[in-house]
Write a protein that binds this ligand. Sequence first.
Ligand SMILES: Nc1ncnc2c1ncn2[C@@H]1O[C@H](COP(=O)(O)OP(=O)(O)OP(=O)(O)O)[C@@H](O)[C@H]1O
Length: 603
Amino acid sequence: MFPQRLDSGLAYDIAKAMMDGFNRHYQLFRSESARAKHRFETADWHGQQRAQRERIEFYDLRVREASKRLEREFKAGEQSMDVWQQVKLHYIGLSVNNHQPELAETFFNSVTTKILHRSYFQNDFIFVRPAVSTEYIENDDPSAKPTYRAYYPALGTMAATVGQMVNDFELRNEFEDLERDAAYVVAALRAKLGDVKLRANFQIQVLSGLFFRNKGAYLVGKIINGFNELPLALPILHNSDGKLVIDAALFGEDDLLILFSFARAYFMVDMGIPSAFVQFLRSMMPRMPRAEIYNALGLAKQGKTLFYRDFLQHLRHSTDKFRIAPGIKGMVMLVFDLPSFPYVFKVIKDFYPPPKDTTREQIKSKYQLVKQHDRVGRMADTQEYSSVAFPRMRFDDELIEELRKFAPSQLEISDRDGDGNVEVIIKHVYIERRMIPLNIYLQEAFDIGETEPAAKSQIERAVIEYGNAIKDLVAANIFPGDMLWKNFGITRHGKVVFYDYDEIEYITDCKFRRVPQARNEEDEMSGEIWYPVGPKDVFPETFGPFLLGNNAVREMFMKHHADLLDAAFWQSHQSRIQAGHVYDVFPYEREKRFMRLNETAIP
Ligand SMILES: Nc1ncnc2c1ncn2[C@@H]1O[C@H](COP(=O)(O)OP(=O)(O)OP(=O)(O)O)[C@@H](O)[C@H]1O
């Protein structure tokens, strides 16, 4: 029932306390993100990674704080439905002039569902879709930064403008040679645009917050000329003397999609009006769901909320059925998908056959580790959901049987809300981007015939990228544990990404060993492992037989990545990480780096 009158003072107080809780959350989130600039300037790389990790926890802490306060001060959980209806209306009123109303609504949903018993809250009490618009929000405070700045260069002043764009961020460090770098950017732009005529509206718009991640800072903007818009990102790094350089110029949607990929750590950006940042970024990457843009900006709860809304809408407007995901079934995870929807759903099974020796808690902690770790473009991000309800009629019977058999504790089939529609309710599920499993990708090439040029280049790409993926993971202190092809997927951009986390370990926790010399002929001939193996022991020489059964694959692997079969490779990386070295991770190809231009200039 819609309340006719807002007559409960208590409802207002609850709404106000909730909004205070949200504002406190966003203020802390924002100042932690803004401090990334200082960490970048002082080359505090460990601090940057720690902050990236810790910021993920902020949201849940603030939700817990706010719900405790509401219980303590207002006995919020004992209030009537009428009061809660009014709380929501007051909250909408308080959100109208807020600069992050969409986040405030999500915060309201989190706190409300925590306080009210699940069966008690209905959609009337929470925001199932936005109530307050995020269009045209501006901060009228004269001291506030605008969301983006516009520059109007002429042909002859382009390099000076690029310099100005960078200087406007007022980074404290000196540049090695900003004029030179600006000239590189302009040359790269010329090469990209060719001889285009500059139209009256020619301009460069630059988001006013720098994007920080690991050891990099990124200027993000777009070039507008006539009806064309070209996305742009300039990575700024420290050189070995602590001076700054623009390392590359990234142009176009694809380069930006790789920079903002779901397989990387979230950015730190000082944003007054996050929805305006999202709109700007979406105009550059129209195919990237808003949910993933919010995730990339570190606003993961908003990402989760939007993903779920997109998913429900997709369900309403599609007719296909959920099915067991193509590929080799997991021993630990039961994976299913909806063909028309580009994500997979992963449920932890109730039991695991040997040699798997793990528990639900351990598996969850590995997924959590990946969430908090720098994913270096090589590990898919997952969203964790509990009690997700799907329409039963959209489920393939074979999939229901599979769930009944392997994950009965996670499955409920019932008409939970009594509306006559039977639902499949899954207690706990991870959702992540769907990729083509690498074993399937390779098999496609084998089926064409390994001598066919198209198949050959497909195998080559897969094997080289697979090795590169493992090497990036190693640099980030991750040992994948299970390196079989089926545990990696290939993305739309041809990047190989790892997605099977249950056996993941830190490189620094592993013991990389050579296989000992056989003691006698019997040992040598034995098909069994005759030497003692500790729980964290890894024998890289033994990877070959599992991975390299196919000749074409073997040849390519040995050409590019034979070092992965040598314990010394792993040991040397381990020592570097132990010595505190933080590796550079580039979300763009080496060929794009300006450094290469400098190198070629050296005789
Ligand atoms: N993101 C994804 N995109 C496409 N397919 C996927 C994805 N994640 C998993 N799969 C499919 O599901 C299968 C099982 O997934 P996963 O490897 O995560 O399970 P697991 O139980 O941990 O496996 P293992 O038995 O190797 O430990 C994969 O082999 C693959 O075929």
